[in-house]
Write a protein that binds this ligand. Structure first.
Ligand SMILES: [Zn+2]
Length: 266
């Protein structure tokens, strides 16, 4: 018998869980038989799909041309859901905007909303993706799930300990009053991520890096999980849902800002 990492149901599970979805290029980090079928299905449709199709991860999948598990180049439409318990709308939100990756390595932006088109032309094609509470909830739950699964990959008993009960319940069941703080930063330039690069005057092809992650124990206690894709760095403290200004300085050379909604502020 095992205990499910997320709902703590006891049973015999026959699941192969890709810690980071295959659509982000992962075929190495896999957890076997430690999460139940119900939780696996829930994460697939309710957390991973919206995270991969509607957040900054969707943009990066298209921009970097990361193929889906069926070997297709991605195209995404960023329209957030119109209904739901958590607000997903903002006046500058992304209705009518999508991205398509092409065989030649380019990415096109597909804009069907006239207001967005005018805005983009006026603002020299600078596009801002707004993180509404809904986006932060999906992204926080996605990153929390991935982080906790990496803890489990190293040590399943530690991952099942009470230290992670709060994040476990947040990723599996959601919270209604506040969101988990996400620390976001940026590293490098978008234009450096793909295309040819020069070494000693010789042009070389650049491998596309899909993502990076790291898991670390903080000196003052608690585990932090960092995930990078494209130029975005996102970090979560897996052991506490309270914002901590010290975490903003925990990656040398990168300025992190805490994105957070206090209890009942949306
Ligand atoms: Zn479960």
């Amino acid at each position: 018998m095992s205990v499910c990492l997320f709902c703590k149901t006891e049973g015999i599970f026959r699941t192969r869980e890709h810690i980071i979805p295959e659509s982000l290029g992962n075929d190495i980090d896999i957890l076997e038989n430690v999460i139940c079928e119900k939780c696996q299905n829930y994460f697939g449709t309710e957390i991973e799909r919206p995270a991969l199709e509607k957040t900054n991860l969707a943009f990066w999948r298209s921009y970097l041309g990361i193929r889906t598990k069926r070997n297709h180049l991605p195209f995404v439409n960023l329209d957030p859901p119109k209904r739901g318990a958590i607000p997903s709308f903002h006046p500058f939100t992304e209705f009518g905007v999508g991205f398509t990756a092409h065989e030649d390595g380019s990415t096109s932006m597909d804009v069907s909303n006239r207001w967005q088109k005018e805005n983009l032309l006026r603002d020299k094609l600078r596009y801002i993706l707004v993180f509404t509470p809904w986006h932060l909830s999906i992204l926080g739950r996605f990153l929390g799930k991935v982080g906790l699964e990496f803890v489990a990959l190293n040590d399943i008993n530690f991952a099942l300990s009470p230290e992670f009960d709060q994040i476990r319940n947040f990723v599996r069941f959601g919270l209604t009053k506040s969101l988990w703080p996400i620390y976001c930063g940026r590293e490098g330039r978008t234009t450096d991520l793909k295309g040819p690069i020069m070494w000693d005057g010789v042009e070389g092809r650049q491998e596309i890096e899909c993502y990076r992650y790291s898991l670390a124990k903080r000196e003052k206690g608690g585990m932090v999980f960092a995930f990078s894709i494209g130029t975005d760095i996102m970090l979560l403290c897996l052991s506490s849902d309270l914002p901590d200004p010290d975490i903003e300085k925990c990656i040398t050379g990168v300025k992190l800002s805490c994105l957070y909604y206090h209890d009942g502020t949306w």
